[in-house]
Each structure stands twice: as structure tokens, then as C-alpha cells.
Design a protein around this ligand. Sequence first.
Ligand code: ZN
Ligand code: ZN
Length: 332
Amino acid sequence: MLTETPDGLYCPAGDFHIDPWGAVPRALITHAHGDHARIGSAGYLCAEPCAPLLRRRFGPDVVVESRGYGDAFTLGSTRVSFHPAGHVLGSAQIRLEGAEGVWVVSGDYKRAPDPTCLPFEPIACDTFVTESTFGLPIFHWDATADVIHELIAWWDDNRSLNRSSLLFCYTLGKAQRILAELARVTDRRVLVHGAMMSMLDAYRTAGVRMADTSPLIELPRGTSVAGELILAPLMARGTPWMRRLGDFSDAFASGSMRVRGTRRQRNVDRGLVLSDHADWPALLATVREVGASRVLTTHGHPEPLARYLAGQGLETGVIRTAWEGEASAQGD
Ligand SMILES: [Zn+2]
Ligand SMILES: [Zn+2]
């Protein structure tokens, strides 16, 4: 059903690629993160709520078509449909049905609840292509409410010390999830880096309820941000933008913060273990649930997961991508 090519996964029967890193005639896209949606293809097809995000990333001249979740359509001799993956707004698994049975390509997914997107839908299949960004037994996530509680406690500590709280997080998905979770428990406003405005606006346009935000850059000069929470992408680090912060404590929200070595390497005061990917137990539970006899692993740590599943009697394989180990850090 799918073959590996230099541009990425290709479906000959339907004549399309899935999440190609090369420029191809027709790209089916699981979601708008940079390691799955690359500019340069002639046409893109994605789930409906993903389309506005792709247009913002790629600009208005790129051809983006979309289909509703669950709406099956035909490409060549293949029946295709998108199904919610619970990863970020518009994220989808892609179900393929043809002569070689039913295949599901998960894209990135998680099983933890997320107020910004539809929950992952388990789809029965013969072959399951699963991400393995956190495909090691050391990765397991705490309940989101506990992590948000930890975030607010850190913010309050910094407030009492008259410091600002600088939280690094990914611009697409993680920032919105944090702001949506905060809106449930506080009505405080949150300051954000200007690079986050476009995707925040896209989520608001899609009807996602989040904490109020203002761009830090629009505060009048000389305004103190002591006591404020500020969200910024990692790329803001060390830029002149940081001068507005005064005395601050910093943190990074990512599943990778589970590992002490990564925390030290990122050199932040706090690691907030909050991920938009399935942890190890969720990967195993999902494989069981979809009932596939063959599982192909990809992204992040594909070998350890494939090895474990092979030990459970499943037929397994690894799909190589440009996004392995540390390079798989998009939106983690
Ligand atoms: Zn992703
Ligand atoms: Zn990814």
C-alpha cells in the first residue's frame, strides 16, 4: 500500500504521498507541524480544520484542499479518509483501504484529553503506521491537570518574588493547549511573543477558547512585566526581545523534559512535562486497540518500539524519516 521513496511515504495505487519532505504532485498531510507539512508540493490535501493552519504557514498561493473527518473519498483505486488524532488542531490519522487491506497512518497523536482538538479515534486496521516520538519506556505523562497546577504554582512563586515567568513552548499546539487549560482555572491574562500571534488567531477563529493574550511587544515602553506569565518559542532565546523581561525564571513545556539530561541541556529553570504525543503506555494501548497484525514505527525512537512489539508477536518494521531521535523535536 505504501512504499518509502526519497520524498517520503508514497501510495502507488492512489498516486499520492503522505507527509512528504520532498516536493511532490499531491501531498496528503496529517497535520501542520514542520516535520509533517513541508512547503513545495503542487497540491495539499488535509482534514478540514488543518487547512487554515497550512494556509497560514505556506501563504495564500499554495493549493490546499480539505475533507471533513470521516468523509471517505477515492484516489486512484484507494479509499481514503481522515480521522482525528488528538495531537493539535486539525491533526488527522489517514485511513487507506485497497487491495492490500486497511492501513492507518497515525501521524502524530496523543490519548490525553486536549480542549483544543478532537480526541484520537481508534480505527481498526490491518497495518498501523504509528509515530514513536516518545517510543521508550521512560516516557510516561502525568495528568494534565497536575501539570497545569505545577505551572500555576511556579507562576505564583515568581509573582511573589516579583519576577516574570517565561515559558518556552511550541507555537502550534502546545501554546494553545496551555492557554486553553489555563482558561479553565484562571482569568489572568498571559503575554505572548509576537511569533505566536498568527497561530493563536487561527485557533480563536476555529472557536477554541483560551486565556486572553497580549503581545509583549505592544505593551508601552517601560511597562514592568514582573509577575506576568509570558509564552515564547525557543527561538526567542537570547534575542533582544528578552530585554523586556527584567528579572525572570524560565521553563520549557515538552515531553522531552521527562529526561533530566535534556532538561540540563536546555538549561532552563524548570521542565514542564507536557506532551502532545502518546507516551509509552499510550502507544502500546493504541496498538492493542486498533488490532493491527502489522505495525510500522516511525519518527523519534522507532527501533525500540518495533523491537518491543515484535516481542509481543506482531509483525513489525521501521519507516525511516529525516526526523529521528533529537531531530523529531517539532511540537514534542
Ligand atoms: Zn506534530
Ligand atoms: Zn511529528
